[in-house]
Design a protein around this ligand. Structure first.
Ligand code: DGL
Length: 261
């Protein structure tokens, strides 16, 4: 490990990306993180592809101007809608997130798998291509769009009773799955509720894989001093103590979820 500090830009529509940032800070605590929450436009999951692409371009170009050496699109929806364009347009490494369908299919061949994501990710071509590739024998996983969890996370409504009731109502069948894939970074805050509703299933997200990919693109972890996190909301640095406290609470919650996972 060298002492040179690396600057990494993270972006999401909102607080979901903090669940990926938490994982990155565990693996690479000494980095300088720039976290861009597009709070002017959250949620992305009910917007159009064109809108999400426009927001994603703005976020990447902002983070690049601020000195990011690599970008993590800590949002499955933005990855699904925009990653190919972003990689073609910006001259820096960009790591995307895709629902962990491939690992779920590999570990549980022939078993029932539930894939949860936003409505836009579920409607997108990328997920269906991924499903076709991951299940060559034609098994069909169950898909569930859960935009309600995005709103709950943004409003810090983490009451497991409320989230469990939402999951029960939004997904018709609760038994028989070997794995539940969390295909939206906001859903990582609700692992306890998924567990309550689906019992002892494997709950899989792509956070660790994404961080591994980031570290490999950076050529290893760098910086063994104190790390830092700077927060931006749609391009404005967050300085208001109340807003900063909100991000500190959410990041602490994401950090606990990452440690328990
Ligand atoms: N956190 C995002 C994702 O991973 C998007 C949630 C939203 O804004 O709808 O898909």
């Amino acid at each position: 490990m060298s002492t040179e500090r690396t600057t990494v830009g993270f972006f999401d529509s909102g607080a979901g990306g903090l669940t990926v940032l938490a994982e990155a800070r565990r693996a690479m605590p000494g980095a300088a993180y720039l976290f861009y929450a597009d709070t002017d436009h959250v949620p992305y999951g009910t917007k159009t592809r064109e809108e999400v692409l426009r927001y994603a371009r703005r976020a990447v170009s902002f983070l690049m101007e601020r000195g990011a050496e690599a970008i993590v699109v800590a949002c499955n929806t933005a990855t699904s809608m925009a990653i190919d364009d972003l990689r073609a347009e910006f001259p820096l490494p960009i790591v995307g997130m895709e629902p962990a369908v491939k690992p779920a299919a590999r570990v549980y061949p022939g078993s029932e798998i539930l894939i949860c994501a936003t409505p836009l990710t579920i409607a997108g071509k990328k997920l269906h291509t991924l499903i076709d590739r991951s299940f060559p024998d034609g098994e069909t996983p169950t898909l569930a769009a859960l935009p309600g969890l995005v709103a709950m996370a943004e409003e810090e409504r983490f009451d497991p009773d409320e989230a469990s009731a939402y999951l029960e109502a939004a997904i018709p069948r609760h038994e028989g799955y070997a794995a539940v894939v969390l295909g939206c970074t906001h859903f990582g805050y609700f692992r306890d509720s998924f567990r309550r509703v689906f019992g002892n299933v494997d709950i899989i997200d792509g956070n660790r894989g994404t961080v591994r990919r980031l570290i490999s693109l950076l050529g290893g972890t760098r910086g063994d001093g104190e790390g830092s996190v700077t927060i931006f909301e749609s391009g404005r640095q967050v300085c208001d103590p109340g807003r900063l406290a909100r991000y500190a609470r959410l990041l602490a919650r994401a950090q606990r979820a990452a440690e328990e996972n």
